[in-house]
Design a protein around this ligand. Structure first.
Ligand SMILES: NC(=O)c1ccc[n+]([C@@H]2O[C@H](COP(=O)([O-])OP(=O)(O)OC[C@H]3O[C@@H](n4cnc5c(N)ncnc54)[C@H](OP(=O)(O)O)[C@@H]3O)[C@@H](O)[C@H]2O)c1
Length: 281
């Protein structure tokens, strides 16, 4: 599998990657959403932690999981300040409650890196958030910002679907998609993650912001809690057969719709309407 660094490959850990860029992490303040002890958010926090950032802000919807993660991170790297922040991304009220808390922290003058990691997958039936937004879209597509670097945890599942702007809530049957299907809802939200990065780079790239959307690989985590386990086993097997970096049947390389500038702009506008706020950069 080709990687951006010829020394890296399948066995390369996040900590090794972090150790390659110590100056990009040292003394920085980093915010990571959706941190639980067994998930990628924790692994990401731990990898950053190894390179002496000044502060790591971890967010999550479960107080217990946040405390568990914060305690473990402090034990691993006692010199780094770990700040847990309760944030349920599926609720605008929760987001608006967390924002002033974060802004009031005197020891956090700015955030250098944001990792939009929180996510859910494959809710078996169509579910709306308290704000009436389809739940994958509400949780996985996040308008969190900084003026420096934003990493969106997307997924190869983007190949399943573009963002269908005409039916964000899965209410209107379509010729090709007659009804809600879990992986479709997940795939759309993951396409939104990429379009969000595309939009950010266009809108604020000139001011120095860099945004990325990445697929982290396939790792067994709590993400798969709502997924049919037989389906998951089949998908994992197909992926194994295709080889890491290989394509599954029907999967297109770098879906064009996820890189479409017009769709990125549209998504930005729609998202502002959904949260009832305009974002100026
Ligand atoms: N694992 C993989 O193979 C894989 C592959 C491709 C992409 N990804 C992406 O990687 C990211 C991390 O996934 P993971 O595998 O580490 O899964 P995970 O262990 O389930 O972690 C997801 C995190 O998001 C949090 N979360 C869910 N809903 C939330 C909400 N409404 N508000 C705030 N936080 C919420 C979860 O909190 P709770 O623990 O409270 O539910 C959990 O901390 C996701 O964006 C996922 O799409 C993962």
């Amino acid at each position: 599998m080709p990687t951006s660094n010829s020394a890296w490959g399948l066995p390369t850990t996040a900590t090794t990657v972090a150790a390659t860029f110590p100056e990009s992490i040292k003394n920085r303040t980093i915010l990571i959403t959706g941190v639980n002890r067994s998930g990628l958010g924790y692994t990401t926090a731990s990898a950053f932690d190894s390179q002496s950032p000044s502060t790591i802000i971890i967010t999550g919807r479960s107080h217990a999981k946040l405390t568990e993660s914060a305690d473990a991170l402090r034990t691993e790297y006692p010199s780094v300040t770990i700040k847990p922040l309760h944030l349920d991304l599926s609720s605008q009220a929760s987001v608006r409650e967390a924002a002033p808390t974060l802004l009031a922290w005197d020891d956090v003058p700015a955030i250098d890196i944001v990792v939009n990691n929180a996510g859910i997958m494959n809710l078996p039936s169509r579910t709306l958030s308290v704000d009436g937004v389809e739940m994958h879209f509400a949780t996985n597509h996040i308008l969190v910002g900084t003026n420096k670097r934003i990493v969106n945890m997307s997924s190869v599942a983007t190949f399943v679907s573009p963002v269908r702007f005409s039916d964000l809530r899965w209410e209107t049957p379509h010729r090709d998609i007659p009804e809600y299907f879990p992986f479709g809802a997940y795939g759309r939200s993951k396409t939104a993650n990429i379009l969000h990065a595309v939009g950010l780079n266009k809108a604020v790239g000139k001011k120095g912001l860099v945004s990325f959307a990445v697929h982290p690989g396939e790792i067994k985590t709590e993400l798969h809690r709502s997924t049919d386990q037989k389906w998951l086993a089949k998908a994992m097997e197909a992926r194994k057969q295709a080889g890491q970096g290989g394509r599954l049947p029907g999967q297109r390389e770098g879906s064009g719709y996820a890189l479409d500038q017009e769709a990125a702009e549209k998504l930005w506008k729609v998202s502002e309407e959904l949260v009832g706020e305009k974002f100026a950069w």
